[in-house]
Design a binder for this molecule. Structure first.
Ligand SMILES: [Zn+2]
Length: 182
């Protein structure tokens, strides 16, 4: 293990780690949907918005972000519904950016897909119309405990993003996402 490996918040990607991540994020979304919706949780909004260019560095993606987005948009959870395919002025690298609307509070999101190579694809989400009002979830707190972590082409780029993250357990990630303000 090199010196940089020790500082990168990242766990080896396996079938088991993927299943654990998927289950943890699904459970967290269901918990947030019990009395409200994840839109009211700043930590949810922050994690789905992870994009390396916000750090002014080269390509890095967060596996936890990608799974959180795909879970949030899944029919199984029933939280975000696809309401529009935007094919003009596309931000992502595919033929359309996808617009989703919260089934509870009607907040509107844009899901942007990026592809840097066949094996390097990721997504991030921006808010188009915020309808959620007052936050229920606790404020964003660094370092954010990721279960799977950050991946990219260059360690130096990953390390610049890594300052806001740490490697955590499933329980820590669940509690981080679902913690309430009061
Ligand atoms: Zn909502």
């Amino acid at each position: 293990m090199s010196v940089s490996d020790k500082k990168i918040p990242r766990r080896q990607l396996t079938v088991e780690s993927t299943n654990e991540l998927r289950k943890t994020l699904r459970d967290a979304l269901i918990e947030m949907l019990k009395n409200s919706c994840p839109c009211h949780y700043p930590r949810f909004r922050n994690l789905i918005n992870f994009y390396h260019r916000n750090y002014k560095v080269g390509s890095v993606f967060c596996a936890d972000t990608n799974y959180l987005i795909s879970s949030a948009c899944s029919n199984e959870i029933g939280f975000l519904k696809l309401t529009e395919r935007v094919t003009e002025n596309v931000i992502g690298d595919y033929d359309a950016d996808l617009v989703y609307t919260c089934s509870k509070c009607s907040t509107v999101y844009k899901r942007i897909g990026k592809q840097y190579s066949i094996s390097f694809e990721f997504e991030y989400v921006i808010i188009l119309y915020a309808k959620y009002g007052i936050d229920i979830g606790a404020d964003v707190k660094n370092p954010i405990p990721l279960l799977q972590g950050l991946f990219g082409f260059k360690d130096e780029d990953i390390l610049l993003c890594a300052k806001d993250f740490t490697l955590g357990t499933a329980q820590q990630l669940f509690e981080y996402l679902t913690e309430r303000k009061y």
